[in-house]
Design a protein around this ligand. Structure first.
Ligand code: NDP
Length: 333
């Protein structure tokens, strides 16, 4: 399978190029950058044969089967639409788009064209989350009453660009992290939030966009979800908890790109540590995407998952702005 990278990004160079190359027979043919020098340097540093500044020229390569889109968020929609029109399978970064309508258009276009479209939500690929998913699905904690997500981090210095100061590029902690938490909660509970309340603000980094948010979501089952996302918390650590009628799951340091963390299960029988696999999250995501292209199975998070995580993030932002309860609009999905 031959890939083209749309975007000379850090996530590509840090994680996804390696994950693509781990797949049998996978090759990366080209990279697109808006800047010719940066594109050429990125191609050379990552042993990619070609770099382009023109998307149509890049997509005209008929030997390319799939694209990975990891530009800033406002570019995902036009680039995905062009790639789909060219018949390429698409792995797109989150958030899929700036608006729900754009995300829906991307997913429907891919469906109509018969290409695979997936969203790069990495967390549901983590061994820790797969283990928690199994515990919940097998009824070990009974009916889930509530969940808490702790995803307040210290945004590393090298990421303090468009994320903290450019609303037009999709900056802000809500499009950046709430989408991941929405996907993770949907994955674990197998249901979609109905409505949300939220408070957002700045606490030291955000310039024209929020850098911190807390929200509460109602689930169709009656479960309640509480989340905290931030760019400014150096010492908080991440985690997730699920509390059910028969037990509780406490996981720490699991809202991360690394295969790390600790999980504890507490039931009437006492407290036990939960073991989990420590495979690379992105390797697994790329493996499932590759299988989906080959017609065996589905991507770990598909296009509809990307629409739904974006829908929840939009509801959280709207709720923070209005101070009211906002019903999540899934755009008909
Ligand atoms: P980067 O800031 O590294 O890259 C985004 C764009 O910025 C690139 O496409 C590039 O444009 C431009 N750029 C990169 N370096 C420079 C530079 N030195 N000077 C000027 N412009 C530069 O973004 P991230 O890798 O952090 O994020 C990219 C996308 O991936 C986002 O949508 C984000 O939400 C998502 N993401 C997903 C993660 C996940 O685990 N799923 C984790 C991190 C990010 P050009 O291509 O035109 O050269």
């Amino acid at each position: 399978m031959r890939w083209a990278l749309i975007g000379a990004s850090r996530i590509a160079s840090s994680y996804v190029i390696d994950a693509i190359r781990t797949q049998d027979g996978a090759e990366i043919q080209s990279v697109l950058s808006s800047n010719a020098d940066r594109g050429a340097a990125f191609a050379s540093e990552n042993a990619i044969p070609e770099s382009f500044t023109d998307l149509d020229a890049q997509l005209a390569d008929e030997t390319v089967d799939a694209v990975y889109i990891s530009t800033t968020n406002e570019k995902h929609h036009p680039q995905a639409m062009a790639a789909i029109a060219a018949g390429k399978h698409v792995l797109c970064e989150k958030p899929l788009a700036m608006t729900l309508a754009d995300a829906v258009e991307m997913v429907e276009a891919a469906r109509d064209k018969g290409v695979v479209f997936a969203t790069n939500h990495h967390l549901r690929n983590a061994g820790s989350h797969l283990a928690m998913h199994d515990l919940i699905a097998s009824g070990r904690i009974g009916d889930v009453l509530s969940a808490r997500v702790f995803h307040a981090v210290n945004l590393p210095e090298h990421l303090r660009g468009w994320r903290i100061n450019d609303a037009s590029a999709g900056g802000g902690v809500i499009p950046d992290i709430v989408v991941h938490d929405a996907d993770t909660i949907r994955f674990h509970l197998s249901e979609d939030p109905v409505d949300v309340v939220a408070k957002a603000g700045t606490s030291g980094l955000g310039e024209g966009v929020e850098d911190s948010v807390m929200s509460v979501w109602s689930m169709p089952s009656g479960a309640m979800v509480q989340t905290h996302e931030s760019f400014t918390h150096a010492f908080a650590g991440t985690g997730i908890e699920f509390h059910g009628t028969e037990g509780s799951i406490f996981a720490r340091n699991v809202m991360t790109q690394q295969p790390v963390g600790d999980i504890k299960l507490v039931t009437a029988d006492g407290e036990t540590a939960v073991p989990f696999e420590n495979h690379n999250l992105y390797h697994r995501a790329l493996g499932l995407f590759t299988n989906a292209v080959r017609g065996t199975g589905r991507a770990s998070a598909d296009g509809v998952d990307g629409i739904k995580s974006l829908a929840v993030a939009h509801a959280v932002r709207e709720a923070a702005k209005t101070g009211g309860t906002v019903r999540v609009d899934y755009g008909g999905f």
